[in-house]
Unconditional design. Structure first.
Length: 282
């Protein structure tokens, strides 16, 4: 019996053949073994990006790093997004995370990569590697770049930037930049330790990291639960005085308390209140 042919098959172009109804039906009927494999990336793949936070007193550059699997987020504030700032941020990220970072994904910005014309040839031999790449080699990290003019390739970092802006700048007015910094750090700390995410099966990012520790402790530099601040945690100028802040102490340190002051109907600003000398951090 001859195979059935669609009456308009001669008029269908080859480029649109994959979108025909019978092809789509055949795609849905394939066996489970032929389905797309589930991604099994281990923690340590970090997306890094930078964005501007605009305030009446000026703009502020926020560097952000988010782990692709655990969703743990680390942020820092700088005056500009240059090469030195990008390299310093990567060093602090490597020191803050309790496990080894094996890959970082960034865009082609000046803080992370040279111009395409300077990545090879005489310019590369004369200038050497970008300082961000040197830090990657120093820590044994693979540096990957997104395709130019394709910001959605680094979508996790872009989406987290928007989440932070939606929760801070777009909802509140701040009297100064320091109040903005305090609120952003408070939001990131709450996100890391209290936000239950559907992508993590309703775990928090810290709980996901703690679970990874019990599964494969070989990739960790330290037990993440030992970094939780408590009554027996050593503090003072001799503790970590010359090191970058670790994951827990950097983000679980409570910011100055915020006071809500009404200045007009429907408008609210945050002012920083001085902390009592004997107050305890969360």
């Amino acid at each position: 019996m001859p195979a059935r042919q669609h009456p308009e098959a001669d008029a269908i172009k080859p480029a649109s053949l994959s979108r025909t109804p019978w092809r789509l039906a055949a795609a849905h009927e394939r066996d489970d073994d032929e389905a797309r494999p589930v991604r099994t990336d281990a923690i340590g793949y970090v997306h890094i990006d930078s964005c501007e936070l605009r305030h009446a007193d000026g703009k502020l550059v926020m560097f952000l790093a988010i782990d692709r699997v655990s969703k743990f987020t680390y942020v820092e504030f700088h005056d500009r997004a240059g090469k030195i700032e990008g390299a310093a941020f990567l060093r602090n990220v490597a020191a803050a995370f309790p496990y080894k970072i094996h890959t970082v994904l960034t865009d082609n910005g000046m803080a992370f990569a040279d111009l395409p014309k300077n990545r090879r040839g005489p310019s590369r031999r004369f200038l050497g590697l970008h300082i961000f790449d040197r830090v990657c080699i120093e820590h044994g990290i693979e540096h990957r770049l997104t395709k130019p003019y394709h910001p959605w390739t680094n979508g996790q970092a872009e989406r987290m930037n928007r989440t932070i802006k939606d929760a801070t700048l777009k909802l509140f007015h701040y009297p100064d930049i320091e109040s903005l910094k305090a609120h952003v750090l408070a939001f990131v700390a709450a996100y890391n330790f209290a936000k239950h995410l559907k992508a993590l099966r309703w775990k928090t990012p810290f709980e996901a990291i703690a679970h990874a520790w019990t599964t494969d402790p070989s990739i960790f530099k330290i037990n993440p639960r030992h970094l939780i601040p408590g009554p027996n945690t050593k503090s003072g100028p001799t503790a970590r005085s010359e090191q970058a802040p670790d994951m827990m102490s950097a983000l679980s340190r409570a910011p100055p308390p915020l006071k809500s002051v009404s200045i007009a109907p429907g408008a609210t600003v945050f002012t920083v209140m001085p902390r009592a000398p004997n107050s305890l951090a969360m």
